[in-house]
Design a protein around this ligand. Structure first.
Ligand code: IMP
Length: 428
């Protein structure tokens, strides 16, 4: 550090929460910079499983200050629920340790209703959003009609702004054939939340910069993933923010000179929730084996929505692209233990589209939708590797696999995880 950015290299759910939790041990500040409670980070500490949607996982380290950056969209009611849940597990969430940017935008009931109505109207073209109101909140932000967290400091004016927003949304909802909202009914919880959240609101960019000048180490915790980025992802099957490296600077408000580490996080197979292209997607038995049964929290079911994730072989085309867009200085490979027991393991090393080979995803969706993966097949391994802590104790086939992934995406793999517990890591 001074500043490390942790970024998902695929379509989200790569295991960034556990990576951020590990790196937070050496950080002074952990800040989120994009998205909202569409994210779901699971962190295991001893017998406790923490499912965090908004609060950075750094909150689990007592010495860390956590920041919700200006690039985020925050649902105040859901944030309070999360704060209360983790407080009940004994984690202190005080204004000294947890701050919300006054410039962050708020997700209101209007945004949640509009998200649902928009998805319904899209029918078979639906994006498969998390229905948390993310897209409509960013739409209001860029349309300069949003409500910022700082507006909660003046409760009366906040109530008026909320009412205006709901009235405006009702026009759209009615036009789409959806049920309009009753402002009196839906605003009360938000006004109560505003009263409780006021002590946590401040100019976090100024705070983070002052701490950086004093030598503090800042960890920027990404949400979602590179292929869900509104610019660099599979548009329109993306989220409405910038989870990539550049987004961290905008979404927290500091300059690039502080960044000395950009860590990509990739799962050793592919998963995706929601619609959109996924060239290595598998069906049937292989997909079920990668997905797991759902009995364990680390199986491939959405943390936020519970939806089964689409599963497939690792796509090195995607990783190569993510390394390029973000400028990864290293890669953390997660869930390697899940590949134990496969006779052979495939990696997509390129795409074939209309007979032409591609090393990077094409920039037009119509081309990407035709992509056929070009696979390389590697031998699998049967050993359970969950107890391995040294790279030299890994089966030779596992080491070959990891080395090949690093070569294919031209990035040094520095750490792998072989299970969900904090200590189930191998440093290479
Ligand atoms: P939204 O962010 O709710 O608007 O959803 C847009 C797309 O991003 C959908 O395909 C979602 O499934 C996906 N998405 C949003 N957040 C996450 C996440 O944290 N993990 C994985 N996919 C996500």
């Amino acid at each position: 550090m001074p500043a490390t950015i942790v970024i998902g290299a695929q379509w989200g759910d790569e295991g960034k929460g556990r990576v951020a939790d590990w790196l937070a041990a050496d950080a002074d500040i952990v800040a989120r910079y994009a998205g909202g409670d569409n994210a779901g980070h699971t962190v295991v500490v001893g017998d406790n499983v923490f499912k965090l949607h908004l609060i950075p996982s750094g909150i689990l380290h007592e010495h860390v200050t956590c920041v919700l950056g200006n690039g985020m969209v925050v649902n105040p009611v859901n944030l309070l629920k999360e704060m209360d849940q983790i407080a009940a597990l004994g984690v202190e969430v005080s204004p000294e340790r947890f701050m919300i940017s006054s410039r962050a935008h708020l997700i209101t009931p209007a945004h949640v209703a509009l998200d649902g109505a928009s998805e319904k109207a899209l029918g078979s073209q639906a994006i498969g959003t998390t229905l948390r109101g993310i897209g409509p909140a960013y739409l209001d932000k860029t349309g300069r009609k949003g409500i910022r967290a700082g507006q909660m400091l003046d409760i009366e004016a906040f109530g008026d702004a909320l009412n205006d927003m709901i009235r405006r949304a009702n026009v759209t909802l009615t036009a789409q054939g959806a049920q309009p909202l009753n402002p009196d009914l839906v605003t009360q919880d938000y006004i109560e939340a505003a009263v409780r959240l006021r002590p946590f609101i401040r100019d976090t960019s100024t705070y983070v910069n002052a701490r950086l000048k004093d030598g503090a180490r800042v960890l920027c915790e990404g949400a979602q993933g590179t292929l869900l980025d509104v610019d660099h992802g599979d548009y329109p099957y993306v989220t409405s923010s910038s989870p990539t490296a550049g987004g961290a600077l905008i979404g927290i408000g500091f300059g690039p000179g502080y960044v000395d580490r950009v860590m990509g996080v990739a799962k050793c197979f592919s998963t995706r929730v929601g619609s959109g292209p996924m060239p290595t997607e598998l069906e049937g038995d292989l997909a079920s084996r990668l997905r797991g049964t759902g009995e364990n929290f680390w199986d491939e079911y959405g943390t936020t929505t519970g939806r089964p994730r689409r599963c497939g072989w690792l796509d090195a085309v995607v990783l190569r692209y993510a390394a390029q867009v973000n400028g990864f200085t290293e890669l953390f490979l997660t869930k390697l233990d899940v590949l134990s027991g496969f006779d052979e393991i495939k990696i997509a090393v390129g795409y074939s589209i209309d007979g032409k080979r591609y090393e990077f995803p094409p920039d037009r969706l119509t081309e990407l939708e035709k992509a056929e993966p070009i696979y390389e097949t590697l031998p699998g391994w049967s050993e359970d590797i969950t107890a391995v802590r040294q790279a030299s104790d890994l089966p030779a086939e596992t080491r070959t696999y990891v080395q090949r992934v690093g070569e294919l995406c031209e990035t040094r793999i520095t750490t792998i995880s072989v299970g969900p517990e904090r200590e189930q890591l191998i440093h290479l």
